[in-house]
Design a protein around this ligand. Structure first.
Ligand SMILES: CC(C)(COP(=O)(O)OP(=O)(O)OC[C@H]1O[C@@H](n2cnc3c(N)ncnc32)[C@H](O)[C@@H]1OP(=O)(O)O)[C@@H](O)C(=O)NCCC(=O)NCCS
Length: 216
């Protein structure tokens, strides 16, 4: 994996030039600024407001992340605009018998939301997960995060279930929903969803003939 590699360039709905790239060492300070802006906002992320990240913590985290990417155990990409990081997405490979599963997470700067960036980044994650050789992509989403739930469904993720009242957020307990998306073009009618060929995913692998046993 080439660090810093350009993945995609596009113009957002509001006319901003956005660049998606694989993360690199040089991104350290921009990443730190980005995560601390999100923490301060107190949005639907796992870190709480009382724990801003220090430069040393971020350096350690980034060096481990780059090692994981080099081993193909993780994929981490950034969205850049206006000389800032305005979004991050990552996929973490599962372990042992879960090694063909990946968990996808994404966050976008509040000034760059609702411009189509989330959808573009989700599509990059789907394509990248296929490149990692994964068969299934999972995403845990806070149930109150209406926009993220909407986007997951729009991008053809399917709700697998929820952990009731599992997250303490803004002085109340909320559910966490597990979404998943099959990465091979396997259509499971009982789960709903569409074939990749129907959603226009041009990078989808050719359809694979499978028996019912294979997909259970
Ligand atoms: C959730 C998040 C990643 C989505 O990214 P985004 O760039 O805003 O997403 P997009 O612009 O591609 O799409 C947003 C969609 O949500 C829709 N939307 C906006 N507000 C909504 C709401 N309250 N309920 C449902 N849908 C909503 C928009 O209309 C848009 O849909 P459309 O393009 O079909 O019209 C981003 O908002 C974010 O980072 N939020 C901070 C919280 C967070 O990190 N959540 C974790 C997500 S896993």
């Amino acid at each position: 994996m080439e660090f810093g590699k350009l993945i995609k360039q596009f113009v957002s709905k509001s006319g901003k030039e956005i660049t998606l790239q694989v993360v690199e060492d040089n991104d350290l300070q921009l990443l730190l600024d980005f995560i601390n802006r999100l923490i301060q906002e107190d949005t639907y992320i796992y870190r709480e407001t009382d724990s801003p990240v220090t430069l040393d913590e971020e350096r350690l985290w980034l060096s481990k992340t780059l090692e994981d990417i080099a081993r193909n155990d993780q994929f981490y990409f950034v969205a850049k605009a206006d000389n800032k990081i305005v979004g991050v997405g990552n996929i973490v490979r599962g372990w042992m018998r879960e090694r063909e599963q990946g968990t996808f997470r994404m966050s976008i700067d509040k000034n760059y939301r609702d411009q189509g960036l989330g959808a573009e980044m989700t599509q990059v994650a789907i394509d990248s997960a296929k490149n990692m050789g994964l068969r299934i992509l999972k995403a845990w989403i806070f149930a109150d995060d209406e926009k993220a739930v909407y986007l997951a469904k729009k991008m053809n993720f399917i709700e697998a279930g929820r952990l009731p009242q599992s997250i303490y957020f803004k002085e109340k307990y909320i559910d966490e929903i597990l979404f998943f998306r099959k990465l091979e073009d396997i259509y499971i009618p009982e789960y709903g969803g569409m074939k990749d060929s129907e959603t226009g995913d041009e990078n989808a692998p050719a359809e694979i003939e499978r028996s019912d046993e294979d997909i259970v």
